[in-house]
Design a protein around this ligand. Structure first.
Ligand SMILES: Cc1ncc(COP(=O)(O)O)c(C=O)c1O
Length: 381
C-alpha cells in the first residue's frame, strides 16, 4: 500500500471522542464527556427544514449561504452587538468546525504558527495540523483565573506566528474573557500584525460576565469570528454555523468553500433561518438551565472539598481530580468509566495544562449529573 501523507500520519485524535464512544457503548453509563444539549429542537425549526425539503429546495446554493440566512445572521449580529456587518462578510458553514477550518485555511500556510489556548478545544490543534501548520499553546492557569495573559501570549510570538486564537466562553473551562482583556489581546494582535481567530460558539450562554466579540472593536479587518447553531439551538448533528470575516475577501472565501464543501445543504440553512428569526425563548430557557446546573453542581462539590472552576459561561465544569488521577487523567477517566459507569472528558485531551482535571458537561439530565458527581471520590474521602 502507498504511504499516507506524512502529516496525516501524525494527525492528532480527539481525546473527547475516544472516551465518549467508549462511554456510549458502556451499558448504563452516565455520559458527561460530550458537550451536547439535550433539548428537543424547536418545532418551527424542524418544520422549516422539512418544508424546504418538500418543496424541493435541495439544489446547489451560493458558496457563502442562502440570502435569507445571511440576512438573518447580519440582523442577529446587529441586535446582539449593535454593529452592522456587510453581507459579504458572512460565510455559512457546516458547523463551527468547518468555519474554523475555513478561517484557518485563509491565514495559515505550511509551517506557520498559531497561538492556541491550553487547555482548549481539541479542534484548535487538529485543524492547524491538517493545514500543516503548527499550533503553539498559551497557558490558561488557575492562578490567573484561567484567563489568557497578554505577556504569556506575546512571549510565544515568533516570525512564523500568523494568528492568535481566542475562545470565549471557553470549552473546556466555562470561563468568559472580560471585555477589557479581549481588547488587550486585539491590541497585541495589531501590534504584531497578526490575525485574531475568535471562537464564539457559546456566546449565547453567559451567566454574568457579558460576552464581548473582538469583531466589534476590529477597526482594521484582522478578526474572524466563528459561530455555531449546534449549542445555541441544540442542532449539533445538523452541522450548521457561520463565520464573520474581515471585509474584502469574499472571493477567496468562496473559492475555499467551493473546494471543500461547495455549499451547505438548503434544508439545514432554512432551519437556521427559522432558528434565528423565530422565538428565542428556547435559547433563554437553555441558558437558565445551564446556569442552574452550574450552581447545583457547585453546591454539590464545594462541601466535599473539591477544587473546581464555577463556570461563567458555556455548559462545562472544570474539576480538579489530581488526587485520583496521579499524573495520568486519561487513564483514570477510562478506569472511572469501567468502575463507576461515568464518562468524563480527561483534561489532558485539551492540552498538557489540563492534566489532573476533567471537563464535566452540565448539559444533560440534572439527576444524572448529580448522581455522577456523587460517584467521584472527594479529596477528603
Ligand atoms: C469551542 C467550540 N468550538 C467549536 C465547536 C464545534 O461546533 P460545531 O458543532 O458547530 O462544529 C465546539 C463543539 O463542541 C466547541 O466547543
Amino acid at each position: 500500500m502507498p504511504q499516507l501523507a506524512a502529516h496525516i500520519q501524525s494527525q492528532p485524535e480527539s481525546g473527547i471522542r475516544l472516551i465518549t464512544e467508549r462511554a456510549w457503548s458502556t451499558p448504563g453509563a452516565i455520559v458527561l464527556s460530550v458537550g451536547e444539549p439535550q433539548f428537543e429542537l424547536a418545532p418551527h425549526v424542524t418544520e422549516a427544514a422539512i418544508e424546504a425539503w418538500r418543496r424541493g429546495d435541495v439544489r446547489y446554493q451560493a458558496n457563502a449561504g442562502i440570502p435569507a440566512l445571511k440576512q438573518a445572521i447580519t440582523a442577529t449580529y446587529e441586535r446582539d452587538y449593535g454593529v452592522r456587518v456587510a453581507d459579504e462578510q458572512v460565510m455559512v458553514t457546516a458547523g463551527a468546525v468547518q468555519g474554523m477550518h475555513l478561517a484557518l485555511s485563509l491565514v495559515l500556510g505550511a509551517g506557520d504558527e498559531i497561538l492556541i489556548p491550553d487547555p482548549g478545544y481539541t479542534i484548535f490543534e487538529m485543524a492547524p495540523h491538517l493545514l500543516q501548520a503548527r499550533s503553539v499553546r498559551y497557558p490558561l492557569l488557575p492562578e490567573n483565573d484561567f484567563l489568557p495573559s497578554v505577556a504569556d501570549i506575546e512571549a510565544l510570538i515568533t516570525p512564523r506566528t500568523k494568528a492568535i486564537l481566542l475562545n470565549s466562553p471557553s470549552n473546556p473551562l466555562g470561563s468568559v474573557i472580560p471585555g477589557p482583556l479581549v481588547e488587550e489581546v486585539y491590541e497585541l494582535a495589531r501590534k504584531h500584525d497578526l490575525w485574531l481567530i475568535s471562537d464564539e460558539c457559546y456566546s449565547a450562554f453567559t451567566f454574568g460576565e457579558p460576552h464581548v466579540s473582538p469583531t466589534t472593536i476590529d477597526t482594521d479587518g484582522r478578526v474572524f469570528a466563528v459561530y455555531s447553531f449546534s449549542k445555541t439551538y441544540g442542532m449539533t448533528g445538523v452541522r450548521l454555523g457561520w463565520v464573520i470575516t474581515p471585509p474584502g475577501m469574499s472571493h477567496t472565501l468562496n473559492a475555499v468553500q467551493e473546494s471543500t464543501v461547495s455549499c451547505i445543504n438548503p434544508p439545514a440553512q432554512w432551519a437556521g433561518v427559522a432558528a434565528l428569526t423565530g422565538p428565542q425563548d428556547y435559547v433563554t430557557h437553555a441558558r437558565d438551565f445551564y446556569e442552574k446546573a452550574a450552581a447545583e453542581a457547585a453546591a454539590a462539590l464545594a462541601p466535599r472539598g473539591f477544587r473546581f472552576l464555577t463556570p461563567s459561561g458555556a455548559f462545562y465544569l472544570w474539576l480538579d481530580v489530581s488526587h485520583l488521577s496521579k499524573g495520568d487523567v486519561h487513564a483514570w477517566t477510562l478506569r472511572f468509566l469501567d468502575e463507576a459507569k461515568v464518562g468524563l472528558a480527561p483534561g489532558s485531551a485539551f492540552g498538557p495544562h489540563g492534566e489532573g482535571w476533567v471537563r464535566i458537561s452540565l448539559a444533560g439530565d440534572r439527576a444524572e449529573l448529580l448522581e455522577a458527581l456523587s460517584r467521584i471520590p472527594a479529596p477528603a474521602d
